[in-house]
Ligand binder design. Structure first.
Ligand SMILES: Nc1nc2c(ncn2[C@@H]2O[C@H](COP(=O)(O)OP(=O)(O)OP(=O)(O)O)[C@@H](O)[C@H]2O)c(=O)[nH]1
Ligand SMILES: [Mg+2]
Length: 441
């Protein structure tokens, strides 16, 4: 089977997003693509048809399902080979993308359209940003793709293009910002929000990325999916989680900025060597970060997935928080003036979805080492957790005092999670997710 060739501008789009060291792939995957696939042996080194890759997946999935379905009821393997949009946000995004690239892509787009706040659309002035792909007449919602710089232009190239291409490719994170900016300029998700799009099929009909979506080619579908996934600061983490099935239980850690989440993760990760009273310096977390720790002599492996708490990154919480097996919400006990905001954010992020979930949940009252820190009881009342979980007795939940500075309380916290994360909870939770599919999960 011949390799699908991706258009030149797409190749350059990869390089623009991936950074300066990666300027040439016409037939290749971008260097960040392996991060999207947790089982790299299935990632071809050159472009290959999706069929070839997916037949490998089918074999592997069948044997795995036979082996594990009884043991691991929480593993959301795809039932009867049917595309399941409800699993996209959980643990099977990579499998879905390989099996059903078009549907997966459309669903990612749809999810983004439904769940993201509307972007402010600033239409580029036609004089300064030429539209290389005029919209088709029959699709009213379509916007042109971002104007992509073309490398290695001829001498005669007009000055505007030269200006763009002579700028060195920005480093990776700046490239993501730049990419976001271009998307914000060119795509208007607002009309596709939930009130207008009742079914995914509607969205598929609208298809705002026609030039990025070429059926049956992994490269173009990845490009398309990545275009949306790159809207997140660290899309790779999502995919890594999707590969973490079987690695251990994943705790999603949320909380306002400065609550001490990163410090807690650092302490948990390095508690054997880090003396009490010493904390590595931290900087505010942008996006999310993940650390796997081993707890207890039995070697129980736990992945802690921590999200930045600054107001700009809080919208990420809602999208990803349900991908773990348990939550921890960290509150700074020394900042009572922020309790109300923390309570508000917690209630917002759980929302009505709490009703359908069965995740173990702990409020971690951090910094109890500081003089004047509020007591666990005070934080419990201020956070309104009793009201939040009223009627959800099936949820194991609690409030515990900890200190990243001294390590106090952390063993108890880990013991609690290990005892509370059960396959039963996870299966319940997945059921809830299926039930609520189609609503804002
Ligand atoms: N005394 C004391 N200070 C702490 C403790 N935990 C964290 N800190 C301090 O609190 C500050 C913020 O800690 P971070 O871990 O960066 O906070 P964060 O929740 O990750 O913040 P974002 O990444 O912005 O969401 C740092 O100066 C830490 O040293 C603790 O248990 N005791
Ligand atoms: Mg942090």
């Amino acid at each position: 089977m011949s390799s699908p060739r991706i258009p030149r501008e797409h190749a350059f789009a990869y390089s623009a997003r991936a950074g300066p060291a990666t300027a040439t792939y016409i037939d290749d995957f971008p260097p960040w693509a392996p991060a999207l696939f947790p089982r790299p042996q299935l990632l071809p080194t050159d472009a290959v048809s999706i069929d070839a890759a997916s037949s490998l997946w089918i074999e592997e999935q069948q044997s795995y399902t036979e082996e594990h379905s009884e043991l691991d009821p929480h593993i959301p393997w795809l039932d009867d080979g049917v595309f399941d949009a409800g699993l996209l946000a959980t643990l099977a995004l990579d499998e879905q993308l390989l099996y059903w690239p078009e549907q997966a892509f459309a669903d990612i787009c749809w999810a983004a359209a439904v769940y993201e706040p509307p972007v402010v659309v600033q239409k580029p002035a036609p004089a300064t940003v030429p539209d290389p792909h005029p919209p088709l007449a029959d699709v009213t919602n379509r916007r042109s793709p971002p104007p992509l710089p073309i490398p290695e232009q001829d001498e005669e190239t007009d000055t505007e293009t030269e200006t763009i291409t002579s700028t060195p490719a920005p480093p990776y994170s700046r490239a993501v910002d730049e990419h976001n900016r271009l998307l914000a300029l060119n795509y208007d998700f607002a009309p596709l929000r939930r009130r207008d799009v009742e079914a995914k099929e509607d969205y598929m009909r609208i298809d705002p990325f026609p030039r990025y979506l070429q059926p049956n080619t992994a490269t173009s579908t990845l490009d398309a999916a990545a275009a949306l996934l790159m809207l997140q600061p660290t899309p790779q983490t999502h995919w890594q989680v999707s590969g973490s099935v079987g690695v251990g239980d994943a705790i999603v850690m949320l909380g306002l900025d400065d609550a001490g989440k990163t410090s807690l993760v650092n302490r948990l990760h390095r508690r054997a060597e880090l003396p009490s009273g010493v904390l590595p310096r931290t900087t505010p977390t942008v996006g999310s970060s993940m650390e796997t720790i081993v707890h207890s002599a039995a070697g129980h492996s736990i992945t802690v997935w921590e999200f930045g708490g600054q107001d700009k990154v809080r919208p990420l919480w809602r999208r990803y928080m349900w991908n773990g097996h348990a939550f921890a919400f960290v509150v700074d006990a020394s900042a009572p003036e922020r309790f109300a905001l923390a309570a508000e954010e917690l209630a917002h992020v759980c929302g009505e979805r709490a009703e359908y979930s069965a995740f173990p949940f702990l409020v971690l009252v951090n910094k109890v080492d500081l003089p004047g820190a509020a007591s666990v009881e005070e934080v419990r009342r201020a956070m309104g957790v009793d009201a939040l979980f009223e009627g959800h007795t099936e949820w194991p939940w609690g409030v515990m005092g900890v200190s990243a500075m001294t390590g106090e309380g952390l063993d108890e916290v880990l013991d609690w999670f290990v005892a509370s994360v059960s396959h039963k909870n996870i299966a319940e939770h997945n059921k809830g997710k299926k039930y609520i599919e189609g609503r804002a999960w």
